[in-house]
Design a binder for this molecule. Sequence first.
Ligand code: URA
Length: 261
Amino acid sequence: MQAGMREELLAALRLQLDWGVDEALEAAPLDRFAAPPPPPAELPRPAPRLAPALPLVAPPAAAASALAAAAQDLAALRAAIAETDSPLRDTATNLVFADGVAESGLMMIGEAPGADEDRLGRPFVGVSGQLLDRMMASIGLERSRNFYLTNILPWRPPGNRTPTDGEIALFLPFLLRHIALVRPRHVVLLGGTPAKALLRAKEGITRLRGRWHRLPTEEGSLPALPTLHPAYLLRSPAAKREAWSDLVLLRRTLDGEITPP
Ligand code: URA
């Protein structure tokens, strides 16, 4: 076995231990001779609606709102973000727009790029991104096939500080337009910042996580699952158990076993 693959397998095994796995058994007996369940039916996607975004933001973000509403595809949206004036744009190196498969039906939204993302122009490529990829792989999902990733902010805040309310308000119309263009069936919110901004919730992430919420969109609402941010899990490994139960909820929902409210 190649050294790289061995390291990858060991890292996946370590993650299972962190999840709290201490038995190689399922909680319930598994009938391996039973026929596999049929794949979930593809939901027909309604034709894209080209109307402007809802007026969700205060006047300082009005120009951003108009620019976002005018973007008719992801390339136009990316260009609109790039031309929007922001002090963050002056200090960052690269615009971090998105990664993964836009048509996958699953959109994951993080907080903001860190140093590695800023350097490479792709979201979740640093250590927390690597943990995220391993977590998703543990429920059989790969970034190159099964999900799409973006952030609340497209530019790195200096020193990785938490985004301010003003920065979030400025870029929120772009994110809402991003969601409208991608048309996911499910959204996962990574950490408190996207959960609070998009669910307009007052509670913290520990109260919000672990159940499906409705995320208001241009066309109505979408099921959204807030969960713990991988960077938090790196600092607090004991919380990986909660993250694991959220991943199981996600997997069971994607499999059609659970229907979000
Ligand atoms: N943390 C995030 O929230 N987003 C990234 O892209 C990287 C780290």
